[in-house]
Design a binder for this molecule. Structure first.
Ligand SMILES: [Zn+2]
Length: 424
């Protein structure tokens, strides 16, 4: 690593530019769903980067969920070749944000600057990180014209709804695979001194218990699907939850409560719908539950499903009239990059150099776009690193610290430099 002071100076001098870039990104109300303002936001990023020598391409994920003429799923990918052959470092940021929700004390899309903080929906997750990555790449290019390899920056959509119109779509078409790309940094808000090497897996499923309808005054003539579901929930409480809590992972998941297997019951719907406030006087013939099971890297997806199915099958044998259906909704395998791999190692070294303290390696309790880069792109050298306090994501009055954006821009620039020069 050459002396990085010159590089840091270039980034410090662009502090105001960094703030204005993040503010400009926040002002696009890219709410997902439905996928508002994707096109102008992508074009804003594309215009900026093409003025700085990047080759810019727009990829519309036609036919993916939510894509329409009114809400086109537009992604932007910019690439700049260096002075000679070498690897490609790619910064990937999602431009979509979640709903604003209630409880804001500032306009969520006004990009209010106050006390060293930049407020807005997406400030933390993750337009602050995307702005920092863009400034990092530009500063690196401007401070070293002998830089080999290539730099890529992408602004992708739909991360908050699974990434199907964004990184998933692009990964299926080779945008996140070698030889095009070698190392990926996703500036998600994992805290400025942490390198996130992976995430737990997910299994979402719907379970339906069935009964038989009858008049509510004569329930003995029917069979109540809600009572069958209750019997299942009771099994979960007694048999499954203690097991999940006892299972620990070696993944450094934060917060540490998520270092176990977990399962949320997202919803239960049973019985006939109420009509204008009048409950139906019937025995429910159906009850549906959606579960959200989070898997550890040590767990196996089929075994996780089998564990739930075994409890249901046990009830079929033991409980009269018990009948069920289990439907998969969504699943993602857990993933974890090598903490000694080039991108994790160089980012950790850069954190130490910029912040003067060792980096912490973490994993995320939930998933993000790394899953598509790993599983579809077959690119293992991918991490999440960026400014922003993880807990603030999706909250009212979400903000990012200006200092954190600046720090992370230095870390990303330095990490990219050592990856490109092969000194990582
Ligand atoms: Zn995010």
């Amino acid at each position: 690593m050459r002396n990085p002071e010159g590089l840091f100076k270039v980034i410090d001098a662009r502090r105001d530019e960094l703030i204005e870039l993040a503010r400009a990104l926040i002002r696009f109300p890219t709410i997902n769903p439905p996928g508002e303002a994707y096109q102008p936001c992508a074009e804003f990023i594309g215009r900026r980067l093409s003025e700085r020598g990047f080759t810019v391409e727009y990829v519309r994920a036609s036919g993916t969920p939510g894509d329409s003429e009114r809400y086109p799923r537009i992604n932007v990918i910019a690439r700049r070749e260096g002075a000679g052959p070498g690897p490609c470092v790619h910064f990937n940021g999602h431009i979509d944000v979640v709903q604003t929700g209630a409880g804001w004390t500032v306009d969520p899309f006004a990009a209010v600057l106050k006390d060293g903080r930049l407020y807005g929906r997406g400030a933390c997750d993750m337009k602050g990180g995307l702005a920092a990555a863009i400034i990092a790449a530009e500063a690196l290019i401007d401070s070293d014209d002998a830089l080999p390899g290539a730099l890529e920056i992408s602004g992708t959509v739909d991360e908050e709804s699974g990434g199907y119109g964004g990184v998933h779509y692009l990964a299926e078409r080779g945008w996140f695979s070698q030889p095009r790309v070698d190392h990926v940094i996703i500036p998600e808000p994992l805290n400025v001194d942490r390198v996130c090497i992976g995430h737990r897996g997910v299994w979402w499923a719907e379970i339906e218990t069935r009964g038989r309808m009858a008049h509510g005054s004569m329930p003995f003539l029917g069979d109540c699907a809600v009572r069958h579901m209750h019997a299942f929930v009771d099994r979960l409480e007694r048999d499954l939850y203690p097991k999940l809590a006892a299972r620990r992972t070696d993944m450094p998941v934060v917060p540490s409560g998520a270092r176990h297997s977990t399962m949320n019951i997202n919803s239960i719907h049973g019985g006939q719908a109420e009509t204008r406030g009048y409950p139906a006087p019937c025995v429910p013939d159906s009850c549906r539950m959606v579960i959200d099971r989070r898997l550890l890297i040590e767990e196996n997806m089929e075994a996780v499903k089998g564990e739930v199915r075994a409890l249901l099958d046990q009830l079929v044998r033991e409980r009269e009239g018990f009948d069920y259906e289990l439907r998969d909704i969504f699943e993602v395998q857990p993933t974890m990059a090598d903490r000694n791999g080039p991108v994790a190692r160089s980012t950790a070294a850069a954190i130490r150099r910029v912040m003067g303290r060792p980096a912490e390696f973490v994993c995320s309790p939930g998933t993000y776009d790394q899953k598509h880069i790993d599983r579809i792109g077959k690119l293992r050298d991918c991490i999440a690193y960026g400014p922003g306090i993880l807990d603030l994501a999706h909250q009212p009055d979400e903000y990012v610290l200006i200092e954190d954006m600046l720090t992370s821009a230095k870390v990303m620039a330095l990490a990219a430099e050592s990856l490109l020069n092969g000194t990582a």
